[in-house]
Design a protein around this ligand. Structure first.
Ligand SMILES: Nc1ncnc2c1ncn2[C@@H]1O[C@H](COP(=O)(O)OP(=O)(O)OP(=O)(O)O)[C@@H](O)[C@H]1O
Ligand SMILES: [Mg+2]
Length: 305
């Protein structure tokens, strides 16, 4: 799977290198958590690499977004607009849902495969245009599937529930249909052991946390990470040690496993061999390789020794 750098400092190592190209990611969060900053930073990073960027805004006006981006240090966005590499589409929820139903495939046929970065900020008014859940699902599904042909998609979703636990009805369908979901939220006190651990590391003052809820076809961090927004820099995930390599399943352990499989019937042996081949190229994150090996052997009743 080809990875593209997210542009968010500290995020790539938590996603095994970045977003998968031609995938759809949704950033869910309450007002002010930094969703617009996130997508702008993502587009800006692509523009720096010479990629095309499309910003579909359904709420804030282009000039307002440009003004806020300039304050954040991305004042070169207007140059990219002049070059034609950054395109803004200012749309209301209703008119944009008509566009999805009627004109999107034509638009996509024209732009297919250009490796653009596409931001939809916020997706919420589009979700609201559909009267029932079935229509909502169809609309969002068409939007994601079509835009993914043009590039890597990042949409934002407002979280209106008061608990910040993703239980609100407005977020559920787009979350299912996204390849990756990132949750930005405010925290007032630690609610999980991992947050306690971070507090123990001297990160106690942080009051915003980021968690990758899911990421299809990619290893991803499973814990909550504190983040900040800095003027002139943008969004930064804190406490990420980029020098720390994630575990790969070690080659010597792979050989050991393969030897153990020798006793198994031929067909089963072949199956397990291919599983181990896959495993050795995969990032197993924070899982202890020895423990993983013992679990596999246990499942097939093979003596560890
Ligand atoms: N120039 C800046 N310097 C430092 N922090 C900033 C700057 N601009 C914005 N922020 C921070 O980012 C937050 C707002 O970010 P952003 O507009 O991206 O949020 P949002 O999630 O899109 O909000 P909404 O749902 O209301 O659209 C502010 O509350 C502030 O903490
Ligand atoms: Mg916003």
């Amino acid at each position: 799977m080809e990875k593209i750098r997210t542009g968010i400092y500290g995020l790539n190592p938590l996603l095994d290198g970045g977003f998968n190209r031609y995938s759809a990611t949704t950033i869910v969060g309450a007002t002010g958590t930094g969703k617009t900053t996130f997508v702008t930073q993502f587009l800006h990073r692509g523009l720096e690499e010479g990629e095309e960027a499309i910003y579909i805004t359904l709420e804030e006006q282009k000039n307002q977004i440009l003004k806020e981006a300039a304050e954040m240090g991305w004042d070169d966005l207007k140059d990219f607009i002049e070059d034609g590499t950054l395109v803004f589409i200012e749309a209301g929820g209703m008119e944009f849902s008509d566009f999805i139903k009627e004109e999107l495939p034509e638009f996509v046929a024209e732009w297919e495969g250009i490796h653009a970065r596409i931001a939809i900020d916020p997706l919420t008014p589009i979700v609201w245009t559909a009267q029932d859940k079935y229509k909502q699902r169809e609309l969002i599904s068409t939007l994601f599937n079509e835009t993914k042909k043009v590039g890597t998609v990042l949409s934002t979703l407002e979280e209106h529930g008061t608990f910040g636990d993703l239980s609100g009805p407005e977020t559920i369908i787009p979350m299912y249909l996204s390849d990756t979901v990132i949750h930005l939220r405010y925290v007032t006190k630690s609610t999980t052991p991992s947050q306690d651990r971070l507090k123990g590391m001297g990160l106690a003052k942080v009051d915003t946390m980021m968690r990758i809820v899911k990421s299809r076809s990619s290893w991803h961090s499973a814990i909550s990470h504190p983040y900040s927004i800095f003027n002139g820099i943008g969004l930064v995930i804190e406490g990420v040690d980029v020098g720390l390599e994630h575990h790969k399943f070690p080659d010597d352990m792979k050989e050991k496993l393969l030897k153990k499989f020798e006793k198994l019937p031929k067909e089963q042996k072949e199956k397990l061999k291919s599983m181990v081949e896959n495993l050795s190229t995969q990032d197993i994150g924070t899982m202890n390789p020895a423990q993983l090996m013992s679990l596999i052997l246990n499942e097939y009743d093979i003596e560890l020794g």
